[in-house]
Design a protein around this ligand. Structure first.
Ligand SMILES: [Fe+2]
Length: 128
């Protein structure tokens, strides 16, 4: 299984968000390292719970910053949450595909953090 490796240049410049992103990489790796179904279930739930908490915290930050692309960014979060819910439902009916989760984590952990989330940091720096 591929590993998610955190790098300092993934930071957007806000400690709360950066710390949570780094923790999400750890939780994602735990999912892919899970040894049995019981462990997998626990790790997936832990990851999903944390993703949702993280989105709310990130949305709070964007709103405090008066981030102009707030609505679009929240929409991206909602889309990811929909995909998480779908995977969660499949998990409950034993149709879980680790590949679907891996694709989502690649799309989100890498593309979203490196794309949309980084824009929050660069926009905020320009305002200073
Ligand atoms: Fe985000």
């Amino acid at each position: 299984m591929s590993k998610f490796t955190w790098r300092d240049d993934y930071r957007i410049g806000y400690d709360l968000v950066d710390g949570q992103h780094e923790h999400l990489f750890k939780l994602a790796n735990k999912v892919f390292d899970a040894k049995d179904k019981h462990a997998l279930k626990h790790c997936v739930q832990e990851l999903f719970r944390y993703v949702r908490k993280h989105f709310r915290d990130e949305e709070r930050l964007m709103s405090q910053l008066n981030y102009p692309d707030y609505d679009h960014h929240v929409q991206l979060h909602n889309e990811i949450e929909l995909r998480l819910s779908k995977i969660d439902a499949e998990f409950k009916t034993d149709q879980f595909s680790i590949t679907a989760l891996q694709i989502l984590m690649n799309d989100w952990l890498l593309d979203h953090i490196l794309g949309a989330d980084k824009l929050i940091g660069s926009w905020a720096r320009k305002q200073q």
